[in-house]
Ligand binder design. Structure first.
Ligand code: R5P
Length: 282
């Protein structure tokens, strides 16, 4: 097995190579003067299973991923396994208004053409994988890696910001021997949410909030304010995909005690590697 990466996900690809013992290959990525991507895997042949580790976000990475897959096929790869740590367009999983594209389905249909197996990490709604019909696919949970990271760090209560994320929070809580609960979230706009406590008893506790994505930070900031109002001793925020749009990380650091995420998207906060979970799924 060979592990190839383009211009994203280098950390995960290298960790994956260490965990599996498979050779790591950094593809050469350049751009033509008109902006089009040029990719080359500098090998004579690849008569092996090839794992392409590449985010499909933003759009330029999606193009790179499709080109990398074709380059590997051209070198004779026996199977192409696509590992997409952060899958772009996963949240447009239905037509919310007439005339919209079913973006998640479009992406999966194109990936199906270029790959023989697909692994994703903490898709917002894993059931979109039903649109990847040709070959096996699996959505890998980052919860075990988040749980491992927080072992021994004194967390007493693990919270989900909404009921949809409650399973993930419960899985992390179980690994930490901590209590778990969820908050009640009402989205007011793209950047604003209202957070209300459910049964939460947060007073004097070291709280960890676990979510799949932090984008604008609106959810975590509102949750942190509420938990501090309820008397939490500390509030740590953790997520799988740290998108941190519009300066969110700086705003989060101003209100949370600690902010960390996995390395599906790389930033100063990506301290948790999901390579072990991906390796198991491979
Ligand atoms: C929504 O259901 C997701 O699980 C996240 O809570 C959401 O994407 C976070 O977005 P933001 O950081 O913009 O509040």
């Amino acid at each position: 097995m060979k592990i190839v990466c383009g211009s994203t996900s280098r950390g995960i690809a290298q960790d994956l190579s260490k965990v599996t013992g498979a050779e790591f290959i950094q593809a050469s990525i350049k751009h033509f003067p008109d902006g089009e991507a040029y990719v080359r895997i500098e090998m004579d042949s690849l008569d092996d299973d090839v794992v392409i580790v590449q985010n499909s976000h933003p759009d330029s990475n999606l193009v790179e991923m499709l080109l990398l897959s074709n380059a590997a096929r051209g070198l004779g790869a026996s199977r192409i396994i696509m590992v997409i740590p952060y899958f772009g367009y996963a949240r447009q999983d239905r037509r919310f208004n007439p005339g919209e594209a079913l973006s998640a389905q479009v992406m999966l249909r194109h990936m199906e053409i270029e790959s023989d197996k697909l692994l994703t990490v903490d898709l917002h709604k894993p059931d979109i994988l039903k649109w990847f019909t040709k070959a096996p696919s699996k959505d890998v949970s980052a919860a075990p890696s988040i749980g491992r990271y927080f072992q021994g760090r004194g967390i007493e209560l693990v919270l989900a910001p909404d009921i949809g994320a409650a399973g993930r929070a419960a899985e992390v809580a179980k690994m930490l021997g901590a209590e778990t609960d969820h908050l009640i979230k009402t989205r007011l706009s793209g950047t604003e949410v209202n957070i209300a406590p459910s049964q939460v008893e947060a007073k004097d506790k070291r709280v960890l909030i676990v979510d799949d994505i932090i984008s604008t930070g609106g959810t975590i900031i509102a949750a942190t304010h509420e938990l501090k109002r309820l008397g939490a001793k500390s509030v740590t925020a953790a997520c799988t995909h740290g998108l941190f749009t519009c300066g969110a990380l700086e705003r989060l650091k101003a209100v949370c005690d600690i902010v960390v995420c996995t390395n599906t998207l790389e930033s100063e906060a990506s301290k948790i590697s999901v390579a072990q979970e991906i390796a198991q799924a491979l």
